[in-house]
Design a protein around this ligand. Structure first.
Ligand code: AMP
Length: 174
């Protein structure tokens, strides 16, 4: 069931660079009921998984809370240079920069099912890199869950072009 965002996604034009229409989730985070509903909804969608992976930084907020609710382990997918152990890296383009994400190698037993969580799906590059890191770590991506999508940027179709069977879900009502 979709969560009603109730005007809690604030639009900030030209952040962090000119031309970007930034979707600010901090009003939603400050609303305890809607924040809790979001985490519960993600937990529900991740019921059949073994782990929930969050993408740094805003994905951590929802993925970690949902992992506790769903009684699953949490896997951090972090920006370059933040994870202390042996890592697997993936570089990609996003809406306003180039970035590299990493996951710990040899941490989670092979073949476990992992749900990827982030806040906003824009061009899809970030979530696609996360899915590819899950695969490179010999784990099974179970799907992608984001709070919301910016449909004009085509993130869903970009991910589905590379991984046609992968479910990509958003939890906020339009
Ligand atoms: P993308 O890789 O283009 O799908 O970008 C998604 C990632 O960048 C997510 O981690 C978002 O937090 C962030 N992001 C990209 N564009 C926006 C935006 N317009 N508003 C808020 N966050 C964004």
């Amino acid at each position: 069931m979709a969560v009603q965002p109730q005007g809690l996604i604030r639009i900030i034009p030209n952040f962090p660079s000119p031309g970007i229409i930034f979707k600010d989730i901090t009003p939603l985070l400050a609303n305890k009921d809607v924040f809790a509903q979001c985490c519960e909804e993600i937990a529900l969608l991740a019921q059949d998984c073994d782990y929930i992976a969050g993408i740094e930084a805003r994905g951590f907020i929802f993925a970690a809370a949902a992992a506790v609710i769903a009684d699953k382990g949490f896997i951090p997918i972090r920006k370059l240079g933040k994870l202390p152990g042996e890592t697997i890296s993936k570089s990609y383009e996003l809406e306003y920069a180039t970035a590299t994400l990493e996951i710990h190698a040899n941490l989670i037993p092979e073949g476990k099912k992992v749900m990827v969580v982030d806040d906003v799906l824009a061009t899809g590059g970030t979530a696609l890199a996360a899915v590819e890191l899950i695969l490179a770590a010999k784990l099974q991506p179970a799907g992608v869950v984001c709070l919301l999508e910016i449909p004009a940027l085509g993130g869903k179709s970009r991910i589905n072009k590379a991984h046609p069977a992968l479910q990509i879900q958003t939890i906020l009502a339009e």
